[in-house]
Design a protein around this ligand. Structure first.
Ligand code: NAD
Length: 364
């Protein structure tokens, strides 16, 4: 098959990690008989430097006309580059919000997987982490508190700030469907997280999720209050398969989930919408402190490319091959600086990419 992939290297370590992910996709293509046609475009600071804005209409159009988008990271050293003297809507990170909105991506998926080989990096006690864990946080991305009306004004002589949390049943239903679809491809459990003991929006959330659950009888649905979920994530993360939640709860819980894995350079993510066209990117930022030094860990981006194969192209065995190759390279003791520990072999960005390509070839 042939697939059109928009590549957005972005800023900082972006071009280095996207370069390695591209090599991995080309290797998968050679080994499994697919052609990935790449179109590279600018976004973020690189686009500001070239065109004066973080996301041009042409970049968005290219993304819309492709089958999937693979993004490195955008942004730079806040305070050190002129990008941050621009108004907020002109800064590098505005490109991210613009492309997610432009592609109508309403579901953000962040896996939290504890690699056996990296258990030492997990900040949880051995007795909690020893069995490992592997779950995803499915976060609603375009509704709720971050998108509701807000204002600050004087009321009865006191400055008063108001943020509005709104969800309608359609917004809840479409993200819930993604949650159950993911669970069907995993261990068939959804934990829907809300604050239904207090919030009306959560009560509607719980009701609609229960309705959607009826279409997925094989999936076990559990409801959990967000405060309890925050505790359970550090007490026993192995209980989770798919955590399904609204925008702000998901924002906070997905960061907590990535912390418990202990290795931000390893974590991929996907943003999905109504169609198969998704945006895939590592969970980390542009790491300006190590940019251009061949020090960045490309694994989060390579695993993001794997998610792209799995969820946008339905290429399950090819995605499995990427996951298995990463595991094999880690088992063989190779580490970039961020996940290095004594006795292991320290490698740079390029070498890590090459090792993963070799491992994919070895799997065939
Ligand atoms: P960051 O994730 O870029 O870096 C945090 C720390 O983790 C740094 O020490 C960095 O060196 C390290 N790190 C991150 N990714 C790594 C990798 N792949 N390999 C090895 N080490 C890695 O977060 P930050 O420093 O808060 O942000 C830097 C810039 O990135 C800011 O401009 C921020 O706005 C932007 N940002 C962009 C995105 C995105 O593009 N989606 C996400 C988060 C932050």
């Amino acid at each position: 098959m042939e697939y059109k992939v928009t590549l957005i290297p972005g800023d900082g370590i972006g071009p280095e990690i996207i370069g390695e992910a591209k090599k991995v996709l080309e290797t998968v293509g050679e080994q499994y008989g697919h052609v990935f046609n790449f179109t590279e475009v600018l976004m973020g600071g690189a686009s500001i430097d070239a065109y004066g804005e973080p996301l041009t209409a042409e970049t968005l159009e290219t993304a819309k006309n492709s089958d999937a988008v693979l993004l490195g990271a955008v942004g730079g050293d806040v305070g050190k580059t002129s990008w941050y003297s621009l108004p907020p809507e002109k800064r590098p990170e505005a490109g991210l919000l613009g492309i997610r909105k432009g592609l109508e991506l309403f579901a953000n998926v962040r896996p939290a997987l504890l690699f056996d080989e990296l258990k030492g990096a997990c900040p949880l006690k051995d007795e909690i982490s020893k069995g490992g864990f592997d779950f995803v946080v499915m976060r609603e991305l375009t509704g709720g508190l971050y998108f509701g009306d807000r204002y600050t004004k004087e009321v009865n002589g006191l400055m008063t700030a108001v943020d509005t949390l709104t969800y309608n049943e359609d917004e809840i239903r479409r993200i819930a469907k993604w949650g159950f679809e993911f669970a069907m491809k995993r261990r068939k459990k959804v934990t829907s997280v809300d604050k239904a003991n207090v919030l009306d929006s959560s009560r509607l959330w719980r009701k609609v999720v229960a309705e959607v659950a009826k279409d997925y009888p094989e999936v076990t649905l559990e409801n959990m209050l967000v405060d309890n979920c925050a505790m359970q994530l550090v007490k026993d993360p192995s209980q989770f398969d798919v955590i399904l939640t609204e925008n702000m709860f998901g924002d906070i819980l997905s960061d907590e989930a990535s912390m418990v894995t202990g290795s931000i350079g390893m974590l991929p993510s996907a943003s999905l919408g109504k169609t198969k066209l998704g945006l895939y990117e590592p969970s980390h930022g542009s790491a300006p402190d190590i940019a251009g030094q061949d020090k960045a860990n490309p694994i989060a981006t390579i695993l993001s490319a794997g998610m792209m194969l799995r969820y946008s192209f339905d290429l399950t065995k090819e995605a499995d091959a990427i996951d298995a190759a990463v595991k094999k390279v880690l088992e063989s003791g190779y580490r970039t600086g961020d996940i290095y520990s004594e006795g292991k072999t320290l490698v740079g960005t390029k070498k890590m990419g090459e090792l993963i390509c070799d491992a994919i070839k070895g799997l065939k």
